[in-house]
Write a protein that binds this ligand. Sequence first.
Ligand code: CAA
Length: 404
Amino acid sequence: MTSTVGIDALGVAVPSTCVRLEDLAVARNVEPAKFLQGLGTRVMGVALPDEDTVTLAARAAHEALQSAGVRGDEVGLLAVGTETAVDHSKPVASYVQGLVGIGSNCRVFETKHACYGGTAALQLALDWIRSGSARGRKALVICSDIARYGVGTPGEPTQGAGAVAILLGEAPRLVALEPGVSGVYSQDVHDFWRPLYSKDALVDGHYSVKCYLDALEGAWRNYRELVAEVPPAGSFFSDRFAALAYHVPYGKLARKGHQRLRELDGDPTPDTSFARLVEPGLVLPSLVGNIYTGSLYLSLTSLLACHPGSLEGQRVGLFSYGSGSCAEFFGGTVQPGAHARVRALGLMERLEARRVLGIPEYEAIMRERELIDERPAGAATETGAFGYLGVEQERRTYARRGAA
Ligand code: CAA
């Protein structure tokens, strides 16, 4: 058995173009306040036709490895959690292995359970390291998705695109994850799904909100039973955490989730701790939108990059939700130096440098994306290295770093 295991580095990839929800609201004849305050999202990332789940995953993976100073042959497990894969058989992880140069003595696979798929891979990878099977090697778990509901649907303002790569290992430099205590809750429900024939997700929107909150309640009750701690007088159980990161389809749902969690703790004013415990984790998600599997980990990244104080040495709680459904609540301790390491990624600067699309251009991109899986291979355009080039002899092809 190994001692401390957790997140050693993070890498984040978002598209270079985005839509402001204010502009989308005007185009859809909706009060902008509904999207900005009612949902709590300001900007959503829009993937260009030469970006897909593979290119986002590869860019995030490259950044995590670079940030940690880890070589591809030091990785013994590579898993991609996604619900927007590019092939029914070949995993996104195999493309990533080739693109970023992960060695061959490595388990490579894809996991799926809606937005929970990345967490499933992360928990499995943590157990692989804790069991001793990793023999000092790292696990690279990547959450990568393009969230798509379709133009003009109620889900449209909750789209987004992006990937978060999570490098896991012993003596982690960002967050040490608590072993053995994970609150889990799952159910067979039809709240959100994507039939094999459809590129767009289907969703029973208001029911999906109920399922999220019910699953949060179940996972939180399970976590509290496992930890079995009585909070000090005058505090609530969730005060054992200095910050909380939730799955964020849109910020308002994280706020509702937090209220439910505090009510369960017996807090008579369940919203008052929101600004302190949750809000710093919503800064990046409110500028990117829903990125499905990576959403929780983007919120964790946001806590580390944007928290006004220091979380170092303190506990953070993490809530993962995947429709269908499976949910998990777990926690960890932020390590010394974590804030500086994550801030060095320069995420805010990258988000500010994105090109803002007008609504007609965004709609044209959405139409073009309908056909990208059959597009004949051509030259990479805007995204360069790791860009999607198209299909050649029935095979997807990509630009490699340095060869774009
Ligand atoms: N000013 C301020 N707020 C306003 C407003 C205005 N002018 N007009 C409306 N609002 C508020 C509403 O009061 C509401 O807030 P509350 O929930 O606090 O009441 C909020 O804006 C949204 O309004 P509606 O509920 O009327 O919006 P809608 O019916 O058009 O759709 C939605 C909302 C169901 C979330 C829809 O966007 C959707 O289907 N999204 C995709 C599904 C989704 O994200 N589900 C989340 C749970 S599932 C999951 O977590 C997995 C995953 O990632 C998909």
